[in-house]
Design a protein around this ligand. Structure first.
Ligand code: MN
Length: 353
């Protein structure tokens, strides 16, 4: 974001917040530590200014996040809608597309919103929200949305954070940076250092205990993963039948337990730079895409390849998602075909290294 435009956006946002008394903060899908911590930090900042704040999610809180500090502040509106008209401003944190916030019926919800009161604070590749509300879309390609809050509000205003806010911000930073394994953004360590100085407990934050279901998912999924060596790609196709197997094994919320698999198989296997999951959605006749790419080395953009194969795709360069309207077989064939073409175009020998 250009410095001038950035200054304008920040002052526009401060104006909207300044004249608002009641403010709704919406967290994004997937519900993760970054969007929740960003919402909690904003809640703290704005309550200090005597605003009335409500934090809303249109998406279920995953089981793995139920013990997140102060998660109870998030009010769930999965099937009903909050009364948007009773809020002066709506702040959308940690997402770039409407459906990530407004729910599956997002088009209907969006038509009822007054866009002049919508604010977006995010660190993903800018998408449709930025196009719709450019004046109040604060988008910086930093480690996390919580770092955007730090750079724009906490640091310039020299805010003294309470320990519980420092704690959740630190957890969010560790989550979005994968414990500093992702690409390093300017100010990222300084942000971490500040949070430690404000009382964030590093030992506790990294003392992660995996849910056993994460291990079960991983064991199940590794056997089904295709390692396509000539494309440097691993692929897990979750057909409806396989999803039924997972449901029998892990329960209805099986999809919440894939992070160990994603972290180890989609990132860490030598020679496999691209990790892809395709998931059939038979009720909508579509296929959901999720990918991870290595941060180190020059790699193709999975989002671009997926778009060429007919997917709608976005996110970060090295981690993202998308969807394809059509069958699993077509999604798979189209994607692999475009990968083959893109790799051939680079002229590189795709030996496993
Ligand atoms: Mn994030």
């Amino acid at each position: 974001m250009h410095a001038d435009r950035f200054g304008n956006v920040l002052s526009n946002i401060k104006q909207v917040l300044g004249r608002s008394q009641s403010i709704m903060i919406m967290i994004s899908d997937p519900v993760d530590p970054d969007c929740v911590a960003a919402a909690l930090a904003l809640h703290w900042m704005l309550t200090r200014q005597h605003k009335e704040i409500m934090i809303v999610s249109r998406y279920r809180i995953p089981a793995t996040m139920l013990d997140f500090p102060n998660i109870w502040r998030v009010q769930l509106y999965e099937t009903s809608l909050p009364d948007f008209s009773s809020f002066d401003a709506l702040v959308l944190v940690d997402g770039a597309t409407w459906s990530q916030f407004l729910g599956r019926d997002w088009e209907n919800v969006l038509s009822k919103l007054d866009l002049s009161r919508v604010i977006n604070i995010d660190h993903h590749m800018p998408e449709e929200i930025q196009a719709a509300v450019p004046r109040t879309c604060l988008n910086m390609l930093l480690s996390s949305t919580v770092q955007v809050l730090y750079e724009c509000f906490v640091k310039p205003e020299k805010m003294r954070l309470p320990v519980d806010i420092a704690e959740v911000l630190y957890r969010a930073l560790l989550y979005d940076s994968r414990n500093f394994k992702n690409e390093m953004h300017p100010g990222e360590y300084e942000f971490a250092e500040m949070l430690i100085a404000h009382g964030a407990n590093h030992e506790r934050a990294v003392d992660v205990n995996l849910d056993r279901n994460e291990v079960s998912f991983m064991v199940w999924a590794v056997e089904k993963t295709e390692f396509i060596a000539d494309l440097s790609l691993s692929l897990l196709c979750l057909s409806s039948v396989r999803q039924q197997e997972l449901e029998a094994l892990l329960g209805a919320n099986w999809s919440e337990f894939n992070s160990l698999y994603k972290e180890t198989i989609l990132r860490q296997v030598k020679g496999f730079h691209y990790g892809i999951i395709l998931q059939e959605n038979s009720s909508s006749g579509s296929v959901r895409l999720s990918w991870r790419t290595r941060n180190y080395g020059k790699h193709l953009s999975v989002a671009e390849i997926a778009r060429r194969a007919g997917f709608k795709a976005g996110g970060h360069r090295n981690a993202g998602g998308g969807s394809f309207q059509g069958s699993m077989a077509d999604a798979r064939a189209g994607l692999l075909n475009e990968f083959r073409r893109a790799l051939a175009a680079t002229g590189e020998n795709m030996r496993i290294t």
